[in-house]
Design a protein around this ligand. Structure first.
Ligand SMILES: [Zn+2]
Length: 294
């Protein structure tokens, strides 16, 4: 028996009694074709993360964000859940996992049928006005941005056939962001937590409560770089709740882990679901699955 099989056995042992809570990160969505977005900002890792301060105070930075995001939304909107998301949903239906806390903003857990899901850093599928508080769907904003920027996507796609959203300044300067349609002047922002912003306290409290009641904490595809997620691992370890981490490469939570699996999630998770929840159906994802954004 090789080392990976042994560690998968150990994770299966931790999950077998049920009542686990999942904490997932960007690594779970890379197999869905979503670049390794760096958590809160939704901006690809090699770019400097957008901060809340820059977004709200620097019109040039805001324009650049929306120009990239307008193109990046194509990737998010067409992404489908992968085998890892599906396996988590099976573990949940099988009673092995009680809840999912995700650092991802792509909505793919819910699309795979998981419920409940707490989206720690919000979701890219909603947009909020910072002045009047009006909320709209990303689809609605997408229509307005297309109307305000005819031909933009096509022109830039020709420059970046791989969907890369690293835009030249000349392209960015042509882009026209839009303001809130409700109050006409309000600044729109995706309903995600940027760097320099804090996660709403009620949402954090909900997550700590889930962790406190968990029989085990299963970390999936997160390097636990930011404290926003790592704090739940630290809390679990302090309370004597076993922590299992499945991630390719080291994480900043390894020192708290009861067991570590360094292998692809698309392999490990279906294996766990096959062993622990063989009869959990692969039912069609629920369109009405509740998403909790306390
Ligand atoms: Zn408004």
């Amino acid at each position: 028996m090789d080392a990976v099989t042994q560690t998968i056995d150990a994770v299966a042992g931790l999950l077998a009694e049920g009542g686990a809570v999942v904490l997932s990160g960007a690594g779970l969505s890379t197999e869905s074709g979503i670049p390794d977005y760096r958590g809160p900002s939704g901006v690809a890792r090699r770019h400097t993360p957008m901060t809340f301060q820059a977004f709200t105070q620097d019109p040039v930075a805001r324009r650049r964000y929306w120009a990239r995001s307008h193109l990046g939304w194509r990737t998010i909107a067409r992404a489908a859940p992968n085998d890892g998301h599906a396996a988590v949903a099976r573990l949940q239906r099988g009673g092995l996992v009680d809840a999912v806390i995700t650092q991802n903003v792509d909505g793919l857990h819910t699309a795979a049928g998981s419920t409940p899901v707490v989206e720690l850093h919000g979701s890219l599928d909603a947009v909020v006005c910072l002045d009047c508080g009006d909320r709209i769907t990303r689809e609605e904003l997408d229509r307005r941005l297309r109307d305000a920027n005819p031909g933009f996507s096509a022109a830039v796609s020709a420059v970046n056939p791989d969907g890369d959203v690293d835009l030249p300044d000349a392209q960015v300067s042509r882009f026209r962001p839009v303001d809130c349609a409700g109050c006409h002047t309000g600044m729109l922002k995706p309903d995600v937590v940027f760097f320099g912003e804090t996660v709403p306290p009620a949402r954090v409290a909900m997550c700590f409560d889930l962790v406190r009641r968990a029989r085990a904490l299963l970390v999936l595809g997160s390097s636990l770089t930011v404290m926003s997620g790592r704090r739940f691992v630290i809390r679990a370890a302090k309370q004597g709740i076993p922590v299992a981490i499945v991630n390719q490469g080291p994480t900043r939570g390894d020192g708290y882990a009861t067991v570590r699996v360094d292998a692809p999630l698309g392999v490990v998770l279906p294996e766990l679901a096959d062993r622990l929840a063989p009869r959990a159906s692969l039912a069609a994802p629920r369109a009405d699955a509740a998403v909790t954004r306390g």
